[in-house]
Write a protein that binds this ligand. Structure first.
Ligand SMILES: Cc1cc2nc3c(=O)[nH]c(=O)nc-3n(C[C@H](O)[C@H](O)[C@H](O)COP(=O)(O)O)c2cc1C
Ligand code: SF4
Length: 432
């Protein structure tokens, strides 16, 4: 859970460290990635994203140490022996904004007839040679992560960022585009390079296992609607995209591409997968079901519960077919008070192996400890999906749970963010 709050050099700030300490004190044993960390400057999603280099690695290692210390302090001196902490490595590709938060500097995997229109200054497609170099950057970053004490790295392949966009680069020619075999080449090479550079480091992958057409805000009522395919892109191979489902009846078939990736990863011995879907940039209701949209979003086009169900279903289908893979499920925060019950059911019934906590870890970081100890749950801390943790960054501010975390509620930007949410809904005619 990224906070848009690192230093300009890519080191954690006091806010980042606070978040990681709260992860550590929360009672969870698996820390999947902590947050997205760029492998080089031009791949940062914002000027405050963490960046792992020889200069920043000591600070990132000490932040990990603070997480472990917070865990030990709360749960006892030997409690950290079974902590499993990974670091998510990424290049933001099309969504890179390394220097100014509102100035995109996209480095795409391929052109996209719909998404390119959202970048009036144009989109540059990375060359094959640049991708070859980037493989080495991932390997160097992974070696640093291992030296910093991380047990595994998550090679990010989700949410529209480069690793994900490459998986859908059907329209790209050459070794990294076209058939699925080529579209997975970058991932395969990164895994091989990490193995060579950092023996002993485990590897996981966070995968957007399915997707939809990009959504946009309908002018009339601000509800999200899918964009339509351009007339010259009616056949699947004429449009980029990975596992794009036309509707929920199509979800099982759309998972065929994810099946192909899982088969490949299984063969490579990479068995830890965090399943997610879609992207926060073009279908946020799919990626993180919410009642309230962020500033750059749209009113939900469906009951958010359907979005939760879609991710549970996709994960369960893949788990059934790849039982020896270890699958983490995502998108449970909208379930609120029901989250622990659904999580317990899903793990018990083998629909997934772990339940990942996203937004709720910002509002209620010690939910795992409370659930596992049977303590009364803190109703006032449940994430209510206000999306302020996304609206903040869209305004160039740090992320955080401004409505429910007293620390952020007391910060001056809390009022600006709440007003932006209220104004957006008033304009849309929702809150009059
Ligand atoms: C503020 C914020 C930061 C996030 N940061 C990351 C990140 O660094 N890496 C990542 O893979 N997903 C990130 N996500 C997506 C979440 O991990 C998760 O997939 C999504 O929020 C749905 O899960 P939830 O319902 O538990 O929130 C972020 C989401 C939010 C709202
Ligand atoms: S700001 Fe807080 S309540 Fe709102 S979505 Fe984020 S974590 Fe949940």
């Amino acid at each position: 859970m990224e906070g848009w709050d690192g230093t300009r050099d890519g080191e954690p700030s006091d806010l980042t460290r606070r978040r990681w300490r709260r992860f550590g004190a929360g009672g969870a044993k698996l820390m999947w990635g902590g947050e997205a960390v760029a492998v080089r400057h031009d791949g940062r999603a914002n000027p405050n994203q963490l960046l792992i280099t020889p200069r920043t690695v000591a600070a990132i290692a000490s932040m990990r140490g603070e997480l472990v210390a917070a865990h030990r302090e709360r749960f006892g001196s030997n409690a950290d022996g079974d902590l499993y902490i990974g670091l998510q490595l990424t290049h933001s590709g099309r969504y890179a904004r390394p220097d100014v938060y509102d100035r995109p500097a996209p480095l795409a995997a391929c052109t996209h007839p719909l998404l390119d229109r959202r970048f009036p200054a144009g989109v540059r497609v990375l060359s094959d040679a640049e991708l070859d170099t980037l493989v080495d950057d991932f390997a160097a970053a992974a070696r640093l992560a291992r030296d910093a004490g991380f047990r595994f790295v998550d090679v990010k392949a989700c949410h529209g960022y480069l690793g994900h966009e490459l998986l859908g680069a059907r329209t790209r020619t050459g070794p990294y585009g076209g058939a699925l075999e080529n579209r997975t080449r970058f991932l395969q090479r990164v895994i091989a390079a990490i193995r060579a550079a950092a023996p002993g480091l485990e590897i996981g992958v966070r995968l957007s296992a399915f997707d939809t057409m990009p959504y946009r805000k309908r002018a009339r009522d601000h509800v999200g609607e899918p964009e339509t395919r351009p007339p010259d892109a009616r056949t699947p191979d004429a449009m980029p995209g990975f596992g794009v489902a036309a509707n929920d009846d199509d979800l099982d078939a759309a998972l065929d591409e994810a099946r192909g990736v899982l088969r490949l990863l299984d063969g490579l011995g990479v068995r830890w997968i965090c399943v997610t879907g879609g992207s926060p940039y073009y279908n946020p209701h799919v990626q993180r079901p919410a009642l309230f949209p962020p500033l750059d979003g749209y009113e939900p086009p469906e009951d958010p519960l359907r979005g939760v169900w879609r991710q549970i279903r996709a994960t369960a289908i893949l788990k059934r077919e790849y039982p020896r893979m270890v699958l983490v499920g995502s998108a449970y925060s909208y379930l609120q008070e029901w989250l622990p019950h659904v999580a317990q059911h899903n793990v018990r019934e083998g629909l997934c192996d772990f339940v990942g906590l996203g937004r709720i870890v910002l509002s209620y970081p010690d939910l795992p400890a409370d659930v596992l100890s049977g303590a009364p749950l803190k109703r006032a801390s449940f994430c209510r999906t206000f999306s302020d943790c996304t609206t903040g960054p869209r305004m160039g501010l740090a992320s955080g749970c401004y409505p429910l975390d007293a620390f952020y509620a007391a910060r001056p930007e809390a009022v600006r963010i709440r007003d932006a949410r209220t104004d957006a809904r008033t304009v849309a005619g929702i809150d009059k």
